[in-house]
Each structure stands twice: as structure tokens, then as C-alpha cells.
Design a binder for this molecule. Structure first.
Ligand code: IVH
Length: 673
């Protein structure tokens, strides 16, 4: 039946809306240069969704509305690659690199060779198949010959075009049917944030962004992939499994022209000296990148030459990876200790023969969970490679195979090391948990959290004091802190009149801290500093929060159903109610100022760096937050403004690199009104 004129018009409208949305997705996710606000974008998307809902027959898989995932699947389908997905040989020194160049010279009989230098992105490789300019399949590397079909998942990655129009491909010189391969990764900021959320929610955390990426793209429920921000950087273009352009540099340019997010930190060079310069330049700058890299990839530019050079077993001779040394070392794993945290999670901690890494002596490193232990195949007595990133706890990353292997298997924990309760592993979770509500380890974590600087700020109430207080039964919950007497403290080791008085003064001072600190200090699952602040401002008193229903709690900015449940559950518990009552009797702050936040900076994210002349950090933060803005610790492409004071360092560099607006405190004040 011929389509009516109306239907044709609607189809046209849908197509034009899609083109507009694609354009803005590209500006935002590929170029980091949005031209419209998030709200405007959402409005366009909503219009399209509404039209598609009215006319479902018009929905196509490449519509921007289809980046949402879909129904969970049973498993992944295995698919063969058009040609093997290879890996790279590694080099670790300039000498090895020069030796690689000599081999290239020998095999090709030429010396005038151009090279392309690229960052070695630490993610996972992924192949994308496009037919008639439309993304039809995404495949993991798998064993190199056969991978898994993760199409529904990769569709949710915003920097991957779902559809590229014919003209654009033509202009870029790319055929309508092609394959691109590249790296899928999770930016460091997203990794840290998601891991912290998981930690708070009592879920297993991931050891590094690469593992998190792999875990994310292989979600059977693609709507989970959609919630986690992944990024894709392509570096290969194939037609029927073969390289398409004559030069690799052209490939990168063409992919960029077609709308892919090709990594901009690349260089076409004419000598190994220039390659070496590039390597050194990025070794110094790698910390400033918003994602992790583990080296530099050097590729022979001419594809004709690449073909001549060919492959060894699993890696091309025409490319080589120069790997940066990780801040780490190899040492012996002497023992495993299961450490119970505040949430009851048992974390395997590797006790190591002491080793110096980057200026500190490392004696412990995390092994995360039982899955990680199995993945590494590590045993007690093994020599292991330990690495330390910027601000993270050292971790065991591999078993060193050059030493004799350890003999003793690492078993799941049989009991909580502290209270000896048998730990429980909930179905579907990786972690073991101590479920004893009165476990002193949990108590220890809870008290240390309560007393810490950003919470009730009881200076001096550190691990050694808290251990003694718990061991002697003087403190069984945070309210007991306020019943401590000088006599109690004097009965402990290393306490004299003055130190005891200091602690009592600190405890007394903590009573003046505002309501949000008390809320945060209670250690309610999923309630961090910011949520505590929002709760205090919205309800204005502990009593009102306690009496709020799950629905009412969700009226608070950033409180979703899970957090609301967790808060309601906390206050529904009789022991917790009693605890809060005791804190009230001890004269802690239970009332606050109800406040409606300004909206001038709503939705805007700021990062503060350097020393400001007229504000302390806290004052600047307050100014921004009072105007509805948000202050975060690290610069990413989501950052709207970096406020730079004197001696601003790496955050400023990163802002410049990402093209984030840098302002001074005057402009900040103006923006905040
Ligand atoms: S080229 C035949 N370029 O590193 C060429 N790989 O250790 C194969 N990788 O499996 C890869 N950044 O997942 C290439 N700029 C880059 C890369 C890169 C990261 C990964 C890739 C590969 C692994 C090999």
C-alpha cells in the first residue's frame, strides 16, 4: 500500500530530527564541543522518541533513540573476524626500539621510512562492522579469530556513530561497507566514580579501567553498558579484511572525517629520533590524560610496506609497542589477610616482602576479590608484580613467571578475621561479607569514618586509639564517643592528662559541626558527603529525614530509589533510631537551615586548582554549590569550568588539553551571581 502524504512527511521529519541529533552527538561526544545545552539536546531526543512511539514502524536500529540497551540476553553469539585481530610485540627500551627499526630497514631494503606514532590506549580492542554506512555489528577480539557479538552494547557508546551518511563517507574516501577496529576504554574519572559508587553500594570493585571496560561491554543487559560511559578510539580501517588506504596516516584522517573519535595525540614522523621524542613527550604527559595509556604504538606509515613486512606469529612486523615502565616492582607474596571493611566486605590483602616503589615502602597490596585471585592464578609464595597508580592502593597485577612458583592455594575466607563469623557470598556477587552487625571490624571502620577530618573531625581519634577503645569495650557505636570521660582515656596506653584533654576538646568541638556532617557520619549505605548535604538542605532536620517516606526522600536532588531505600532502611532500624537519639542527647547538631539552592550554575561542573587570592577552597566550593553548581576533583570533558589560582598545575594543563574553559576567581564570582 503506498504511503500517504502524511506518513511521508512524518518520515521526513523523523529523519531530519535524527540528522540533527547525530550532529549534536558528534559535537559533544567526539569533538567535546557541544553547541547546545544538555536540556536542549534532551528535548530533541524526546521529540524523536515521541514521534517514534506514535509511529513504531519508523524505528530503525541506527536511530539515536536506540542507544539504550535492550532486553537482557542469554549469552553472546560467537562470530568470526574478517581477518585475524592481531596483537603487538612489545619493547621496553630505546635500544630495542632501534633494533626493531634496523629489522624494518633490513627486510624492506629501505631507510627512508615514515612512522605514525599513536598512544597505546589501555582498553580492549573492538571491531565494528558498517554496512551501507550503518553500524551492523560490534565484535570483541576474543581469541583473535573468533570474537563475541556485542553489537547491542557498543550501540550504547556515544562516540560510536550508529550511522554515517553517504556524502560524509564519500568525502572521507571511505567505502559504504567497511570495518574499523580500535580501542574501547573507560575514562579514568568515570572509572573512579563508578568504582566508588560500587564500593559505597557494597558491590565488587574493578582493579583497573581495562577490566571495568571488559566487564561493561560484556554485560548481557546492555542497559547497564549504557549507564557507564565508555569511549571508542579507532585506528584501523578495513574493507573485506584488508587495509584500505595506502598510508596509515590517511586512515586516521579519513576516520576522523567520517565522524569517529580518532585520538588526536598522534604524529606522522620521518625518523626514529622523532619517534623517541614523541615517546618521551608522552611519558611526561601521560598523567594529564583523561584515560590510561601504557605506552606508544609505532607503525610503518605506508601500507604497501606493511604488506611487505608481514607478520610473525600473532603480531605485525610493521608495528611495535613501546611500553612505559609502570610504577611497580616484583616481590614475594608472603601471606593473605582477609580484611573486613566498614561495609563488612572482606578484601584479600597480599602481605608482601617489603619493596620500594616510587619513594615509599610497600608491604601490602590489594587482590580485590576471589575472582581476581583466580584470574591471576596467584598462590602464596609466588613472586608477584605489584603496581601503584597515582592515588590508588598498590595492587598485585600479575604472577612473575621467572621465579619458582608458590605452592599454597588461596582459599576463600572461612571466617571474618576479626569476629570469626562465617562470611557469606550472596549469589551473583563476587565479594564475601561479614554479616555480623556487631563485628568490631565494621565498628572500627564506622568509628574511623565518623571521626575523620571531612566528617566529625575528631583529630587524634585514629586507628590506635579506636582499636583500644573497641578492645576495652568502651566504644560500641559512635554515640559512645560522647560518653567518654577523662578517666576512661587515662586508663589507655600512652595517654597523659594533656593528650586526654585534647581528645575531649576535639570531641566537644565536633558537636558544633553542622547537620550534614552528622548525617554523613552515620555511615548510611550510599550516602556520601554530597547526598548528606542535599538531605540536610532539603529537610532541615534529622527528625524530618527520619520521618520521610521513600517517595519523599526521592524529591531530594540526586537521591534515586536505591539511595532512598537505603536511607529509609537505616532510620527504620530500632538500634539506629536509638543511636540517633543518643547523639541528639549528646547535643550534636540535629537541625539545619532549609535551603533552596540557586539555579544560576545548575548543571555546571567546576574544578578548583591552585591558590585563590580571596577565597579558601571551601569558600569557593560553597559559593559554587550555593548557586546550584557542582565541584569535582578532577578535570574531564564533562567539566564546564576550571577555576585556576596561583601555581595551578596539572589540572590546568589538562583543562587546556581538553579545551575546558579556564576562568579566574573574579569570573567565578560573576557567574555565581
Ligand atoms: S594497533 C595489528 N594501535 O594494544 C595492529 N593497538 O598490545 C594491532 N592498542 O590488541 C593493534 N592502542 O588492543 C594498536 N594505537 C593503538 C593501540 C593499540 C592500544 C591495543 C590493542 C592491541 C594491543 C596490543
Amino acid at each position: 500500500m503506498p504511503a500517504s502524504k502524511d506518513e511521508k512527511n512524518i518520515e521526513k521529519k523523523v529523519e531530519s530530527l535524527r540528522a540533527t541529533i547525530r550532529h549534536h552527538e558528534y559535537l559533544y561526544h567526539v569533538l567535546d564541543q557541544p553547541e547546545i545545552s544538555d536540556q536542549e539536546f534532551d528535548k530533541l531526543l524526546r521529540q524523536l522518541k515521541d514521534l517514534e512511539a506514535e509511529h513504531p514502524s519508523l524505528i530503525t536500529p541506527d536511530s539515536p533513540t536506540q542507544r539504550v540497551g535492550g532486553k537482557p540476553r542469554e549469552g553472546f553469539v560467537k562470530v568470526a573476524h574478517s581477518s585475524p585481530m592481531l596483537s603487538l610485540d612489545n619493547t621496553y627500551s630505546e635500544d630495542e626500539l632501534r633494533a626493531w627499526e634496523r629489522r624494518v630497514h633490513e627486510l624492506s631494503g629501505r631507510k627512508d621510512i615514515d612512522y605514525v606514532c599513536e598512544l597505546k590506549l589501555d582498553g580492549m580492542s573492538l571491531a565494528l562492522i558498517y554496512e551501507d554506512g550503518k553500524l551492523v555489528r560490534g565484535i570483541t577480539r576474543g581469541d583473535g579469530s573468533v570474537g563475541e557479538d556485542v553489537t547491542l552494547n557498543v550501540r550504547t557508546v556515544h562516540s560510536i556513530p550508529l550511522s554515517i551518511d553517504r556524502d560524509r563517507l564519500k568525502k572521507a574516501g571511505i567505502p559504504a561497507d567497511f570495518e574499523t577496529r580500535g580501542e574501547l576504554l573507560m575514562p579514568t574519572a568515570a572509572f573512579k566514580k563508578l568504582n566508588a559508587e560500587r564500593e559505597q553500594a557494597g558491590l565488587a570493585t574493578f582493579a583497573n579501567p581495562r577490566n571495568f571496560t571488559a566487564g561493561t561491554v560484556r554485560q548481557l543487559d546492555a542497559s547497564i553498558t549504557a549507564q557507564r560511559r565508555l569511549d571508542f578510539f579507532p585506528y584501523i580501517l578495513l574493507q573485506d579484511g584488508r587495509t584500505y588506504f595506502d598510508r596509515h596516516w590517511e586512515t586516521l584522517t579519513a576516520l576522523e572525517q567520517a565522524g569517529f573519535k580518532v585520538n588526536r595525540n598522534r604524529k606522522l614522523v620521518h625518523s626514529m629520533d622523532e619517534v623517541w621524542d614523541f615517546i618521551q613527550e608522552w611519558e611526561a604527559k601521560r598523567e594529564s590524560l583523561p584515560y590510561e595509556i601504557d605506552g606508544i604504538v609505532v607503525k610503518v606509515d605506508r601500507t604497501g610496506l606493511q604488506d611487505e613486512l608481514g607478520f610473525t606469529g600473532k603480531a605485525p612486523r610493521w608495528a611495535i609497542a613501546y611500553k612505559y615502565a609502570a610504577r611497580g616492582g616484583v616481590t614475594q607474596l608472603e601471606n593473605i589477610r582477609w580484611q573486613t571493611g566498614r561495609t563488612g566486605k572482606l578484601t584479600p590483602v597480599a602481605e608482601l616482602a617489603p619493596i620500594a616503589i616510587g619513594g615509599t615502602t610497600v608491604r601490602n597490596a590489594t587482590l580485590h576479590n576471589m575472582d581476581e585471585i583466580e584470574r591471576l592464578g596467584v598462590k602464596v609464595g609466588d613472586w608477584v608484580r605489584v603496581e601503584r597508580g597515582g592515588d590508588v592502593i598498590p595492587k598485585v597485577v600479575a604472577v612473575d613467571q621467572d621465579h619458582p612458583r608458590g605452592k599454597e592455594d588461596i582459599d576463600p575466607p572461612k571466617e571474618c578475621t576479626v569476629c570469626h563469623t562465617k562470611p557469606v557470598r550472596t549469589e551473583g556477587e563476587v565479594d564475601y561479607r561479614c554479616v555480623n552487625a556487631n563485628c568490631p571490624a565494621k565498628l572500627m571502620g564506622t568509628i574511623l569514618h565518623f571521626a575523620s577530618r571531612g566528617v566529625m573531625n575528631i583529630d587524634g581519634m585514629g586507628e590506635s586509639l579506636v582499636t583500644q577503645l573497641i578492645e576495652r569495650g568502651m566504644v560500641k557505636n559512635v554515640a559512645d564517643i560522647y560518653d567518654l570521660t577523662k578517666r576512661d582515656l587515662l586508663s589507655l596506653e600512652r595517654f597523659a592528662d594533656k593528650s586526654a584533654q585534647n581528645i575531649l576538646d576535639e570531641i566537644e568541638n565536633s558537636k558544633k559541626l553542622p547537620l550534614e556532617r552528622v548525617i554523613y557520619g552515620l555511615g548510611i549505605r550510599m550516602v556520601g558527603e554530597r547526598t548528606a548535604q542535599f538531605l540536610a538542605e532539603h529537610f532541615g532536620s534529622m527528625e524530618a529525614i527520619k520521618n520521610a517516606s521513600v517517595e519523599e526522600l526521592q524529591n531530594v536532588g540526586e537521591v534515586g530509589p536505591k539511595i532512598a531505600e537505603s536511607i529509609a532502611e537505616f532510620f527504620g532500624n530500632a538500634a539506629n533510631q536509638k543511636l540517633v537519639e543518643r547523639l541528639r542527647k549528646a547535643s550534636l547538631t540535629m537541625e539545619g537551615q532549609k535551603k533552596r539552592r540557586g539555579t544560576k550554575l545548575a548543571g555546571k561542573t567546576f574544578v578548583l586548582t591552585g591558590t585563590l587570592a580571596h577565597f579558601t577552597r571551601d569558600e569557593a566550593k560553597k559559593l559554587i554549590e550555593d548557586a546550584g553548581g557542582k565541584v569535582t576533583g578532577s578535570v574531564s570533558k564533562k567539566t564546564d569550568y576550571v577555576v585556576a589560582g596561583a601555581d595551578a598545575g596539572s589540572k590546568l594543563d589538562k583543562a587546556k588539553e581538553l579545551g575546558v574553559a579556564v576562568i579566574d576567581e573574579k569570573v567565578m564570582e560573576k557567574l555565581a551571581g
